[in-house]
Design a protein around this ligand. Structure first.
Ligand code: ATP
Length: 282
């Protein structure tokens, strides 16, 4: 294993705290709350931080309102986030969670940034920041150099960082949904059953050989994108990277040392919340 640029200490700490507050919210007075809304292809996550930028509450829900990074069910998305917001307000005992930030996949800003902004506002938040997903994830990972590969439900985002700045971004329409489809086909089970099986770490060892070719395909796509950028390290985020052993396959296929935090699923939503401000966007 090569040296790695970051220790994941901050990332692991904040995600660990977030997982705890999703089950047991911290009900203490805070002068302001910052929300991060991650409107994903497979999953919608809302993370709430207090005035000290510590996670105090959070919820996530699987939903089918976004495809390939684009909002396809506007009203469904608004309704789900509105409900999640109300539940979080009740849990925290606050009248209103006002400020939220959101993110969009690389390369979709001009097309879909407006839709995401409208969904967040339609759900009753004031939107204070709309950033790209890689910048969000890096608020938690804090890498200076290397590639962040975000394998979500519908897409894989690839962002290359040089001296802390994003120098290249791409988004490819392959993600965890394809993994579930492959699993369903191989095991002759319905998609929903394959999806649940895939999410259960107890099955990871048994299903990894079946999923290996799809992981290798994702890795080949990543390799193509990062060619010529002298990437020394790959950092994995996104729910699909929870798959035990995925990093080893990607490392082997790309030939580049590959690392992931303890729970890669919540890096982006927490990074979004960390970028939430108190100034409302125009
Ligand atoms: P996108 O980024 O493509 O818009 P998203 O934001 O919904 O999608 P994430 O929330 O990062 O994506 O990840 C959701 C995906 O992660 C789903 O395909 C889900 O099945 C998968 N996933 C979640 N938990 C696990 C797990 N423990 N093991 C394997 N896969 C998992």
């Amino acid at each position: 294993m090569s040296k790695k640029d970051v220790t994941f200490q901050y990332c692991d700490e904040i995600i660990d705290q977030f997982e705890k507050v999703c089950k047991h919210p911290i009900v203490e007075k805070s002068s302001v709350y910052y929300a991060g809304v991650d409107l994903g292809t497979a999953c919608i996550v809302v993370a709430v931080l207090d005035e000290n930028r510590r996670p105090v509450a959070g919820r996530y829900q699987y939903a089918d309102v976004v495809r390939d990074g684009m909002v396809v069910d506007y009203f469904g998305a608004v309704q789900i986030i509105r409900e999640m917001k109300a539940q979080l307000e009740e849990e925290l005992g606050v009248e209103e969670l006002l400020y939220a930030a959101a993110a969009i996949p690389p390369g979709t800003d001009t097309l879909d940034g407006g839709a995401v902004k409208n969904v967040i506002q339609g759900a009753g938040f004031e939107i204070t920041n709309l950033l790209d997903e890689s910048t969000a994830a890096n608020a938690v990972l804090r890498i200076k150099n290397g590639a962040i590969v975000d394998i979500g439900g519908g897409t894989t985002g690839i962002s290359i960082f040089k001296d802390g700045e994003v120098v290249y971004v791409a988004d490819e329409p392959t993600g965890g949904t394809h993994f579930s489809l492959v699993l369903a086909g191989a095991l002759h089970i319905p998609f929903e059953e394959a999806e649940l099986k895939k999410r259960d770490p107890a099955h990871h060892k048994e299903i990894l050989p079946v999923l290996k070719p799809v992981v290798e395909k994702v890795a080949a796509i990543v390799k193509q994108h990062i060619q010529g950028y002298n990437v020394d390290e790959i950092y994995l985020v996104g729910g699909t990277c929870c798959l035990t052993g995925i990093e080893g396959i990607i490392q082997k296929q790309t030939g580049i040392p590959t690392f992931k935090p303890k729970n890669p699923m919540f890096a982006t939503p927490l990074g979004i919340a960390l970028n939430c401000k108190q100034e409302v966007m125009d």
